[in-house]
Design a protein around this ligand. Structure first.
Ligand SMILES: [Zn+2]
Ligand SMILES: [Zn+2]
Length: 133
């Protein structure tokens, strides 16, 4: 995955948070752009969920699986969702739902998925967040 000119910008205003994901005119794929197509399919709630919990700023959009979008860094690596401090360390890698009762879940980043083992980094970060809360 390579970095693209596609970005979503978050700004906090008096009336809440503003999300701007206008398709760039310099996109090499123009009208057939897959990122543009997916942003049209996702609801504004889904787009807001992508940057939920992150500070104001501009984030790069990347493709994820067959229909989903994710945030990527300058190197094209995916940024994981920001999680509340109460997430169980062994909760799902993608949606932070506990293993018990996870079943089939949908997220903007991962699409439909069953419970996925979190990485050791995620487990460590969640453990620390719970201790600090
Ligand atoms: Zn594009
Ligand atoms: Zn999950």
């Amino acid at each position: 995955m390579t970095a693209t000119p596609h970005t979503i910008t978050v700004t906090t205003t008096d009336s809440g948070r503003d999300y701007d994901w206008t398709h760039p005119t310099d996109c090499p794929n123009g009208d057939t752009c897959e990122i543009a197509r997916r942003t049209r399919l996702l609801s504004s709630w889904n787009m807001a969920a992508l940057v939920d919990g992150r500070p104001d700023g501009t984030y790069h959009l990347g493709l994820y699986y067959l229909t989903a979008l994710c945030l990527i860094d300058e190197a094209g690596l995916m940024l994981l969702d920001v999680e509340p401090a109460s997430v169980a360390p062994d909760a799902c890698h993608w949606c932070a739902t506990p293993k018990d009762g996870h079943g089939h879940q949908w997220t903007v980043q991962a699409g439909w998925h069953d419970w996925v083992q979190p990485t050791q980094d995620q487990i460590n970060a969640r453990t620390l967040a719970r201790r600090a809360a």
